[in-house]
Design a protein around this ligand. Structure first.
Ligand SMILES: [Mn+2]
Length: 247
C-alpha cells in the first residue's frame, strides 16, 4: 500500500505575480504517485486575479481542482484555505466538490493527519485561533485589488524586491515560533503526538527546522526569485484519520 503524502502551497494561480504553469505537470505526477495530497492555502489568488471578475476566477479554479481530483481517484485530497483564497464562492464550490468526490475534503484553517499538521501560516505575533478567524473575515472584505496596485506590485516583483521583502519581513525563526504558539493554542503540540508542521504563506522555503520537538516545513512559491517544490511529507499515519476545525 502506498503511504506517500505530498504538500504544496502558494501557487497563487490566476495572479499575474505567480508562475505556477511550469509546476502543473509535477503536481499531476505527485497526485498520481501519492495516496494523500494536501494543499496548504493560497493555491488560488482572488485578490490579484487576472480575470475580470472573482466569479470567473472561482469557476476556473473549481474546474481545475475538479479535474485533478477526478483524475486521481486513489489519492485523498485535503484542501486547506489561505488568506488569498478564503472566499465564500470558492467555499461553495469546495462543498460541491466534497459531495461529488469521496476522496476530497476541504478545511478552513488546518488539517491534522497522523502526526502531522498542515496549515497556511497567516499567523502574526502570538495569534490564537479567534484572531485568525477575525483576520480571515477581514480577508473577505477586500477580494480584488485595483489596477493601480497591480502595476505597483508588478514593479516590485520585477526588481526582485519581493523576495527581499519576503525574507526580511519573515525571519524563519520568528515565523516558526509564532506558528508553534498558534498550534499550541489549538491544543495541539508535541504532547498530542504532533511531530511535523507543514505551512506556506511566507514564500520562504523551510526544510525541517526543529522547534519544540516538531519539524517545520515550507515549500516556497513559484514566483520570480523564489524557490518552489512539491514537498514529500513524512507522516506517521496511525489510522489515516484526519480532522480540522471549521469554526
Ligand atoms: Mn498567504
Amino acid at each position: 500500500m502506498k503511504t506517500k503524502t505530498v504538500f504544496i502551497s502558494d501557487l497563487h494561480m490566476f495572479s499575474r505575480r505567480s508562475k505556477p504553469e511550469q509546476y502543473l505537470l509535477d503536481i499531476k505526477e505527485a497526485a498520481k504517485s501519492a495516496n494523500t495530497f494536501v494543499f496548504g492555502g493560497d493555491i488560488f489568488d482572488f485578490e490579484w486575479t487576472v480575470f475580470d471578475s472573482v466569479e470567473e476566477t472561482v469557476d476556473t479554479a473549481a474546474y481545475w481542482l475538479d479535474s485533478l481530483v477526478a483524475g486521481h481517484p486513489s489519492c485523498s485530497f485535503h484542501f486547506v484555505l489561505g488568506n488569498h483564497d478564503f472566499n465564500l464562492e470558492l467555499m461553495e464550490q469546495l462543498d460541491r466538490l466534497s459531495q461529488k468526490h469521496n476522496h476530497f475534503q476541504w478545511h478552513r484553517y488546518f488539517v491534522r493527519i497522523g502526526n502531522a499538521l498542515f496549515l497556511h501560516g497567516d499567523i502574526s505575533g502570538s495569534m490564537e485561533h479567534n484572531d485568525l478567524i477575525a483576520a480571515r473575515v477581514r480577508c473577505l472584505a477586500h477580494q480584488k485589488k485595483s489596477k493601480a496596485l497591480h502595476v505597483l506590485y508588478d514593479a516590485v516583483v520585477h526588481t526582485n524586491m519581493h523576495n527581499v521583502i519576503a525574507k526580511t519581513a519573515n525571519p524563519a525563526q520568528k515565523v516558526i515560533r509564532n506558528i508553534h504558539s498558534y498550534v499550541m493554542s489549538l491544543g495541539e503540540g508535541y504532547h498530542t503526538g504532533l511531530r511535523s508542521v507543514y505551512f506556506g504563506h511566507t514564500h520562504v522555503p523551510v526544510e525541517g527546522h526543529e522547534y519544540g520537538g516538531i519539524s517545520f516545513h515550507n515549500g516556497g512559491a513559484p514566483m520570480k526569485g523564489i524557490r518552489f517544490k512539491v514537498i514529500e511529507a513524512e507522516i506517521g499515519q496511525s489510522n489515516g484519520a484526519s480532522y480540522g476545525r471549521e469554526e
